[in-house]
Design a protein around this ligand. Structure first.
Ligand code: HDE
Length: 708
């Protein structure tokens, strides 16, 4: 790429990149190395010598290669890109990224799971982190969000409890990256404020098809502040251009084995192929004077503002167009912080956000080992940094001059302070007046209404999946009293849902549970009870909560398996391949064997995956071209039939040519020939439309019976 085309951050990172192409190996001190395979010894069979500085340096560096993984969000994947604004938002904010439409602001994004370790599987049922670092001209702005619009707890004080409960149990260190265990449900069942985020985690949002197909949310209410100092409350949203899509739980379980890096690979491959993931940035704006107009408290992070009450305005677009050069240097060392804001953006008093403002710098001190983590290339702003902070571990900047204090005269008073006109940050002057209390507002105690709205807003198939997820998770718990508390709580959200789950567990829904319900906030202390009130049905449902609300026509980067063996029909194959590739889908030849496979015209085609090395769950759809020889040999392979059965079971689109029908008839396919997304001897058009739909959920009830 020519240097002019590179954005400010790319040019900045270049100062630290290194490329060994055509270069001689050296030690870290720059001494040329002749042998990196043998240590220095007293004779070929003699003892190693301590003086071997080349061995010592190599081994010492290796011994210290690991840094502590993030306590949460340890497993993540990153990408570079840029953000562009559609329209000047100066009425709301003075922030340059939201007022200057000519800017292309560089960003680095890291997606993550929360509970699992760095090496855990991508498809764990979990919240996904969605953290965006904007390298703006006025400094770094981090929007450190999740793929769900609410959080589990209302006060930062509860965060260690929440995380300790979901992490592997401390005696045996199991289960890894899974919420389905006793300690998590012990906590949840005693902490009803968790129920809203929890029901989202029970939905398919917790098992996305791709990072590219997730929404993102800033969660907390923030402020936008304009030039006149007027503030509006704001919630941030990311809306994916590919719509919101998920896999089924059965696929997620199988993907744990088939491809633990499924999401990481998908993001990387899409960007490499030029299918750049895109999201629109949306804002919900609430004028200060409307703060108390809602049935819930805007400062309560377990509540969302339904889009029916305050619409989401789309103000810009983010595109991810470049993979990192080095995972450790960029994705691992990137340090996000909700406290990294720029003039024009400010905080609200959300007690979870307020606690986060402390935690993120603190955690980098142990993870990255020094208060100089802002100097690590991926973290440093693209504008200049000048202040009187000095020294500490791994200081990179060589500060000139004698003065590291303010005020000074010896250094000419520099660095001097920014006047307001030069864009210095000033906090929004919110009036604060209150007694020091360790308490929670009564306006935070409605824990059942919004989970109810969420559940009622789902499509039938989504509701079914939620009931199955609760049943699975509680089915993994061993304590009956915990399950009973959970059933009672679910019943407060929705009676139908509770009945289904109780039926699966063969348990009764208790009519009472021991009080206090709200143990987590010390319900019996003080005069306030803070007990959760009864569910209020102030909104029947909110269409935006179902993942079907964001539609997309694109099949870009969808992976389509072409199942073949030698002798497959070349013309049918090419027609389908060309049509799918025109739509930017990715065609993979899955063959009875590895290496190459011959078509009916005796041409050799490179096999992308042999049946023995892959599984149906890594693909979005299946096509089987005709060719008797190919079909006859596939009929001999049990894995080919399993592949087809699973594709049917997971409600995916299938196209088969007429000669392949006999193979299909040897699978459960014979019972599904009238299905809306199964096409026998039809052109690619219908198949493409079915792939756009993602899944034919109408099939699910019957397809579930397939024992695959
Ligand atoms: Fe975080 N969170 N968090 N969190 N969080 C971290 O910071 C924390 C919360 C989120 O890709 C840690 O650098 C506290 C909400 C993301 O590097 C740590 C509380 C939301 C990431 C931390 C919360 C998030 C983190 C661990 C409650 C959504 C990954 C490593 C008060 C709005 C960022 C690190 C990345 C990471 C603390 C709650 C999102 C320990 C104390 C709410 C996406 O500082």
């Amino acid at each position: 790429m020519s240097n002019e085309k590179k954005d400010a951050k790319e040019k900045d990172l270049e100062k630290n990149t290194s490329n060994a192409e055509g270069k001689t190996m050296t030690t870290n001190q720059g001494v040329k190395v002749n042998d990196t395979n043998n240590s220095l010894k007293a004779g070929e069979r003699g003892a190693s010598l301590l003086e071997d500085f080349i061995l010592r340096e190599k081994i010492t560096h290796f011994d210290h290669e690991r840094i502590p993984e993030r306590i949460v969000h340890a497993r993540g994947s990153g990408a570079h890109g840029y953000f562009e604004l559609y329209e000047n938002q100066e009425k709301l904010t003075k922030a340059g990224i939201f007022t200057d439409t000519s800017r292309k602001t560089p960003v680095f994004v890291r997606f993550s799971t929360v509970a699992g370790s760095k090496g855990s599987a991508d498809l764990a049922r979990d919240v996904r982190g969605f953290a965006v670092k904007f390298y703006t001209e006025e400094g770094v702005f981090d929007l450190v969000g999740n793929n769900m619009p609410i959080f589990f707890i209302q006060d930062a004080m509860k965060f260690p409890d929440l995380i300790h409960s979901v992490k592997p149990e401390p005696d045996r260190e199991i289960p890894q990256a899974a919420s389905a265990h006793d300690t998590f449900y012990d906590f949840v069942s005693h902490t009803p404020e968790t129920l809203h985020n929890h029901i989202w985690v029970m939905s398919d949002r917790a098992i996305p098809r791709s990072f590219r197909m997730m929404e993102g949310f800033g969660i907390h209410t923030f402020r936008l502040v304009n030039k006149e100092g007027k503030s509006h409350f704001v919630k941030f949203h990311w809306k994916p251009m590919l719509g919101v899509k998920s896999v089924t739980w059965d696929e997620a379980v199988k993907l744990h084995g088939a491809d633990t890096d499924f999401h990481r690979r998908d993001l990387w491959d899409a960007i490499e192929a030029g299918n750049y993931p895109e999201w629109e940035l949306g804002i919900q704006v609430v004028p200060e004077e409307d703060e108390h107009k809602f049935e819930f408290d805007l400062l309560d992070p377990t509540k969302l503002i339904p889009e029916e009450m305050v619409p989401v305005q789309r103000i810009g677009k983010m595109t991810l167009n470049r993979n990192p050069d080095n995972f450790f240097a960029e994705t691992e060392q990137v340090a996000f912080h909700p406290g990294h804001i720029v003039p024009g953006i400010d905080f609200s008093n959300d007690p979870l956000l307020q606690g986060r403002l402390f935690s993120y710098t603190d955690t980098q001190l142990s993870r990255l080992g020094s208060p100089n983590f802002h100097e690590i290339p991926i973290n440093r702003p693209v504008n200049e940094v000048h202040n009187n902070q000095r020294d500490a571990h791994m200081r990179m900047t060589v500060n000139k001059g004698k003065t590291a204090y303010f005020p000074n005269s010896i250094g000419g008073g520099c660095p001097h302070l920014a006047k307001m006109a030069e864009g210095g940050f000033t906090s929004y002057e919110e009036r604060q007046d209150g007694n020091k209390v360790r308490a929670r507002s009564e306006s935070f105690s409605d824990h059942f209404s919004q989970p109810g709205i969420f559940y009622r807003s789902l499509e039938e198939w989504e509701k079914e999946h939620v009931a199955e997820a609760y049943s699975f998770e509680l089915g993994k718990c061993t304590y009956d009293h915990i399950k009973k508390r959970m059933l009672w709580l679910i019943n407060q959200i929705d009676e139908n849902l509770a009945e289904k789950v109780a039926g699966n567990l063969r348990m009764e829904i208790p009519s009472e549970i021991e009080k206090p319900v709200n143990q987590a906030i010390g319900a019996d202390a003080g005069s306030k009870t803070n007990q959760p009130g009864k569910r209020k049905d102030y909104l029947k449902n909110s269409a935006a909560l179902s993942q079907t609300h964001l539609k997309s026509e694109s099949i870009e980067a969808r992976k389509i398996a072409f199942l073949v063996s030698d002798g497959f029909n070349a013309s049918e194959f090419s027609k389908m391949k060309n049509a799918l590739e025109k739509e930017k889908a990715v065609v993979n030849i899955v063959a009875s064997h590895g290496g190459e496979v011959k078509c009916s015209e005796n041409k050799k085609h490179k096999v992308d995956a042999a049946l023995m090395t892959t599984e149906s769950v890594v693909f979005d759809a299946l096509y089987i071209p005709g060719g008797n020889k190919s079909i006859d040999s596939l009929m001999e392979i049990a894995k080919a039939k399993k592949f087809i059965n699973e594709t049917i079971k997971h409600c995916k689109a299938i196209a088969i040519d007429s000669e392949a029908e006999k193979l299909f008839d040897e699978t459960y396919g014979k019972d599904f020939k009238k299905d809306d997304a199964i096409f026998i001897n039809k052109g690619p058009e219908d198949f493409i439309k079915a792939i756009q739909m993602h899944r034919n959920w109408k099939r699910e009830k019957e397809a579930k019976k397939i024992p695959a």
